[in-house]
Design a protein around this ligand. Structure first.
Ligand code: SAM
Length: 317
């Protein structure tokens, strides 16, 4: 195993108790699956870092900071001061997508998108979960971000898709548009979502084709769920198809997940790596402007972190 893989291996063993405590689960971790992913990520990062003098420094920095973050999270969980770690995290996530020299080919392999629980997603999402998946300050930060970048409420002709939606979309209070669609796995959750004007139930891992017309949405959101997509490139290509030229896609995530259902490349990496992974989906799907990352974490170190990776569909004008 390479030195990098060793480092990542260490991170996995450190991270597991944290994840397990966020979403308690009796299952033990699938080490084989994770190790496959470590090899792939290690290879991918080697590839990204082997091409020249500029990008490598930045990517190594990203991974190094990620490792540091994991280390400091551990320290925080046993009573250390996590404020310094959070300050470093902020820089790491925001920097990681600046001037990336992407490899020619999508660097991830099939095993990177395996999950510990490969049973049908319909089973996992069968019962409605009328809960929130991030804490209130993180939700408030996301809502505040939306209020800055969304088209004004009640703008004629605006359509928004909330992908991987549930009973809440975290849109600004009273926000309305002619069309706000939620696409998710559980009909009871979607029925209760007050911001939606319509909804669709679809397993994107079985059928990544979005059931909407070309160039029909101004904004696509996806909250704390991009890590469950096993065919992300197909889904991101579809997002590009259904967005209007210049339309905005906002992927947000924290450091929590249903780890048995998250892809192995996600559960074996840290926050800055996650921004790089989501950025790679935009880049390799094609048709998007260079993706950017924003750290909107509230109360660093004292509440859930919150990150955005966003991009716009290129304008054809
Ligand atoms: C952690 S919840 C987040 C829900 C919501 N976005 C929120 O912020 O509360 C994950 C969501 O991803 C959706 N999801 C998971 N796997 C999916 C799949 N294969 N296809 C479509 N949606 C999926 C589920 O419907 C679920 O509501």
């Amino acid at each position: 195993m390479s030195k990098m893989a060793n480092i990542l291996g260490l991170r996995i063993h450190q991270r597991l108790p944290v994840l397990a405590s966020v979403y308690p689960c009796s299952a033990s971790y699938n080490a084989t699956c994770a190790i496959g992913s470590i090899h792939s990520l290690s290879k991918a990062l080697k590839k990204w870092t082997s091409g020249g003098a500029k990008a490598p420094r930045r990517l190594i920095l990203g991974l190094g900071v990620s490792f540091w973050t994991q280390y400091m999270n551990m320290a925080g969980s046993v009573g250390g001061n996590s404020f310094i770690a959070s300050a470093r995290q902020k820089g790491a996530v925001e920097e990681i997508l600046k001037n990336v020299e992407w490899p020619e080919q999508f660097p991830f392999k099939e095993e990177d998108f395996q999950r510990y629980d490969e049973s049908p997603d319909t089973l996992f999402y069968e019962a409605p979960r009328l809960v929130t998946h991030i804490d209130d300050p993180a939700i408030a930060a996301l809502t505040k971000y939306y209020s800055k970048v969304f088209p004004p409420s009640n703008t004629p002709g605006i359509s928004i898709l909330d992908m991987c939606s549930s009973w809440v979309s975290h849109f600004p209070s009273g926000y309305k548009q002619d069309r706000i669609v939620g696409l998710g796995m559980n009909v009871e959750e979607l029925k209760r979502n007050p911001v939606l004007t319509e909804y669709a139930v679809q397993d994107l891992n079985l059928n990544p084709k979005l059931p909407f017309e070309d160039n029909s949405f101004d904004v696509i959101t996806n909250v704390v769920s991009v890590d469950y997509l096993t065919k992300p490139l197909d889904v991101f290509k579809e997002m590009g198809r259904i967005l209007k030229p210049g339309g905005l896609a906002i992927m947000s995530f924290s450091n929590r997940c249903f780890w048995t259902k998250a892809i192995s490349i996600w559960t074996s990496t840290g926050d800055a790596d996650h921004a790089l992974i989501v950025g790679s989906y935009f880049h390799f799907a094609g048709g998007f402007e260079p993706p950017q990352a924003v750290d909107i974490s509230p109360n660093p170190g004292r509440s859930d972190p919150m990150y955005i990776v966003y991009s716009r569909k290129v304008s054809t004008a």
